[in-house]
Design a protein around this ligand. Sequence first.
Ligand code: FAD
Ligand code: A2P
Length: 362
Amino acid sequence: MAYSQAEVVAGGLAHIPVLIVAFWLFNSFVARKSSAKGTSTASPTRLNIPSKESTDSAVSSTKKSSTQSVPVNLYKPRSPFLGTVLENYSLLKDGAIGRVNHITFDLSGGDPKLQYVEGQSIGIIPAGEDANGKPHKLRLYSIASTRHGDNFSGNTVSLCVRQLQYEKDGQTIDGVCSTYLCDISPGEQVKITGPVGKEMLLPEDEGSNIIMLATGTGIAPMRAYLRRMFEPTEIEKNRWNFKGKAWLFMGAPKTANLLYDSDFEWYKSLSPENFRYTKAISREQKNSKGGRMYIQDRVLEHADELFALIENPKTHIYLCGLKGMEPGIDEAMTTAATAKNINWSELRPQLKKAGRWHVETY
Ligand code: FAD
Ligand code: A2P
């Protein structure tokens, strides 16, 4: 069939409304898609990193191979972020040994925004000068909050700090930064650097098993993991539907020194199938040899179940706290492994290489 030129033009004009509607439909589809992508909380392990322009050099070491973006060194010692103390309270009960505080800082207003993920640390530069009249060097502290913060606003970071005290020449010496932090009051401003660290990150797989071995303030990153897994409001925010087994071994000198104990007991009551909590109270309980009960003694008691879990490639092990616990844990793992005909000195580097053995001791 042939058409005149006028008919062709008229026919073309008649299609314009159809084209406009099609174009509008396509546009709104694309807009919906991109706005869904921009909602960072919809994706549990992705973090909204500040704009490239504002953080170009700062996030240069952001992990490229993984789908998980990890912010690193957004604030450096020469230009730290000034965080305001929101709260600072003791985590210990009557009769406890020493001083351990939970301290929360407001991070709002930064450019770039100071963001972090569970398992990272921040640096604190204490006020004042050292004996040589130079500004104090930064000290690192493991972050004890999830990326959403204790109040879920996404604008705070919390630490769990033990005041260092030791005796020298008959005098009690107070650690500079830990004393500064334990004494600080709400409203004061603190120089913060970081975040740093990729050793203690959680796996993305919701079906992972997480074994945690903590002494003292080594509980800090574990508290963040456990909040991410079991704290109901946090789960609403992160939408990370943890389905694996979490097992915390916690070492403290006395019951009164157990940190975040009531929170962990609550998580256990909420998710008894997914969370196990084993305590080693060194100065109240005895190990099988009559000595102080340490977490490595608990590891030995549960060796079979632990190694059954470790055989599962989805199992990760995290160690955090006293440097001195490493040889003890190693010895316990060697004994436990040998009983199962496994060579621990071969297995441990394999677990490390597979990114399943995570250690941060100090
Ligand atoms: P300083 O004034 O720096 O004194 C420490 C120095 O005192 C030591 O270097 C040593 O020279 C000396 N000293 C210490 N003990 C003795 C002793 N018994 N006898 C003689 N000399 C001694 N700490 C926490 O509380 N919570 C955390 O979550 C945490 N996370 C950390 C994460 C990482 C990755 C690292 C590396 C460390 C972490 N720390 C944590 C430790 C923290 O960084 C500080 O080292 C600690 O708070 C002590 O700092 P300070 O300024 O109080 O002590
Ligand atoms: P203890 O001090 O009784 O010897 P905190 O930091 O609150 O003091 O807690 C640390 C816990 O770790 C304490 O129970 C402490 O026991 C324990 N601990 C000390 N040394 C080791 C070690 N080498 N291995 C495992 N746990 C240890």
